[in-house]
Design a protein around this ligand. Structure first.
Ligand code: NOJ
Length: 535
């Protein structure tokens, strides 16, 4: 339909590989499991790209975000040959594959860190961030680890501290050392040369630190924390010296040049949790020469109210530089499941919102089924953050994909024990039975994805909000002479929205009959969303 870059017109689907499909019976998903489900992704659901969370060798202190070998596959996930097969099969189906790149830290079991730790004079010493103690022996500054405790761990034998923005098992690489950049870029080339279509950059704004290692100041009293609380101590600091350093931009300009040296076009999306929209948007680059997109978590963190959401979208649209492309995400492997945050009925409205806004959407695996958060007590959490900070646990949003009503929900062979418990509703709510139910949310996602694919206004059109009754959200997407209106009711009451033009309702989030559409007016049932083609 268009000559726009593929990453602007696609829909991304995030796969947490441990939980997608286990073909071996060890209770943990694997790469052949993803390959097996490609038909579901492309034919049944209709997405255009997948982002796979880390599948590299790792001691799994942070479930793969602690990498001990950047250019291989953990045996529990398969082999490099399995990755190649997955990529080839995906490409046969015109599905793009985005891999996770974790530049901020490696595992403490990575050979680079083992060497670095071995002595102060080791050539790899300066590949990580080492610092002398203060004269009283304490940590070099007040920086904290995101999962609790200090960001510094003392290494007795070499009498220095090393920095880790997350667990002690995740030492920070020293990106101020050019050898580190060279080595890490080589690891990127390895995957791009194999054919990977892009990178999701883990905690992209954490990588460069204040070279003076200054203390973070305390949070001003009137500060409202926008993102999920990391724990009282962490949230009591303004993270201006350990996150979001301006030198990150140099790194992403270099990364972009590397990506741009490949054909066909490669893509990057950075995980960037920054509350200030202008600073967040700076990661597109002044010349749009940094990341293709900083991930936008606004819908994950927003109260589920029409006005709040519309206001945030306006702020985002105003903040992004000319020519930059927006994106939206409703859930991921670090946050409470969408359907549990906002309710299953509202998850249908959310699906229409996500797939009709201007920008690239990302769907988190299982959200197309409205999978629920599984309650896992802090003492039973496998997630290190959940164990350190009760309430912050992420196991509940990472439970196995619910494929069908056979043993282990079709996630793992009969007799296997899934690494996390299944949601207890798996027999009633799974891909197989939702496909049979015309009213299911899965069939709504399918319809939305199919419609979006053919709709120039939704793929490419302008966005503007129109007046509508309180509790509803009405917007127009126009491209050339085609216009689509989207009307969403966020309330449990029926509402009537006036339209600026006559139109025909072509899709509704509500099962059953399409709501009666009158010229210039649309009646919305509770929580209903409709797409209207202007006539
Ligand atoms: C962000 C990832 O999304 C999260 O799962 C991980 O724990 C941290 N980065 C550390 O790598």
């Amino acid at each position: 339909m268009s000559r726009e870059p593929w990453w602007q017109t696609t829909v991304i689907y995030q796969i947490y590989p441990r939980s997608f499909r286990d073909t071996t019976g060890n209770g943990i998903g694997d790469l052949p499991g993803i390959t097996e489900k490609l038909e579901y992704l492309t034919e049944t659901l209709g997405v255009g790209a997948i982002w796979i969370s880390p599948f590299y060798p790792s001691p799994m202190a942070d479930f793969g975000y602690d990498i001990s070998h950047y250019t291989n596959v953990h045996p529990m996930f398969g082999t490099l040959a399995d990755f190649d097969e997955l990529l080839a099969s995906a490409h046969d189906r015109k599905l793009k594959v985005i891999i996770d790149w974790v530049p901020n830290h490696s595992s403490d079991q990575h050979p680079w860190f083992i060497e670095s730790r071995s002595s102060r004079t080791n050539p790899k010493r300066d590949w990580y961030v080492w610092h002398d103690p203060k004269p009283d022996g304490s940590e070099p500054n007040n920086w904290l680890g995101s999962f609790g405790g200090s960001a510094w761990t003392y290494d007795e034998p070499t009498e220095q501290y090393y920095l880790h923005s997350f667990l002690p098992e995740q030492p920070n690489l020293n990106w101020r050392n050019p050898e580190v950049q060279e080595a890490m870029f080589d690891e990127v080339r390895f995957w791009l040369d194999r054919g990977a279509d892009g990178l999701r950059v883990d905690v992209a704004h954490f990588v460069m630190k204040d070279p003076g290692f200054r203390d973070n100041p305390p949070v001003p009293e009137d500060w409202a924390e926008v993102f999920k609380s990391h724990g009282a101590a962490y949230d009591s600091q303004l993270h201006i010296h350990d996150k979001g350093h301006a030198d990150n931009h140099l790194l992403y300009r270099d990364l972009r040049a590397l990506l741009d040296s490949y054909s066909p076009e490669r893509y990057s999306v950075g995980e960037i949790h920054i509350a200030d929209w202008d600073e967040w948007a700076s990661y597109y680059g002044e010349e749009l020469d940094e990341l293709h997109m900083p991930y936008n978590f606004m819908l994950v963190h927003s109260p589920w109210q029409a006005d709040e959401i519309a206001t945030r979208i306006a702020a985002l649209e105003a903040a992004i530089p000319p020519g930059a492309w927006p994106n939206y995400v409703l859930g991921n492997h670090d946050d409470t499941r969408l359907a549990s945050r906002i309710g299953r009925h509202q998850a249908r409205t959310a699906a229409m919102l996500l797939l009709t806004l201007r920008g690239t959407p990302t769907i988190y695996y299982g959200d197309e089924l409205a999978m629920l958060e599984v309650e896992i007590a802090p003492e039973d959490q496998l997630d290190p953050w959940g164990r350190n900070t009760p309430g912050a646990g992420r196991d509940g949003c990472r439970t196995p994909m619910q494929w069908d009503a056979s043993a282990n929900a079709g996630f793992a062979p009969a007799g296997a024990t899934p690494w996390l418990p299944l949601n207890e509703d798996w027999r009633e709510s799974n891909v197989a039975n939702q496909l049979d139910d015309p009213a299911s949310i899965l069939n709504l996602y399918r319809a939305l994805l199919a419609y979006r694919k053919e709709s120039a206004p939704l793929l490419l059109g302008s966005y503007d909000r129109l007046d509508s009754p309180s509790g509803s959200f009405l917007y127009r997407r126009s491209h050339e002479n085609a216009t689509v209106l989207v009307a969403l009711n966020f309330t449990a009451e029926p509402l009537t929205a006036e339209l600026p033009t006559e139109g025909t309702v072509v899709l509704t989030t509500e099962p059953g009959e399409i709501a009666a559409a009158r010229p210039c007016m649309v009646e919305l049932r509770p929580y209903e969303g409709v797409i209207i083609e202007a006539t």
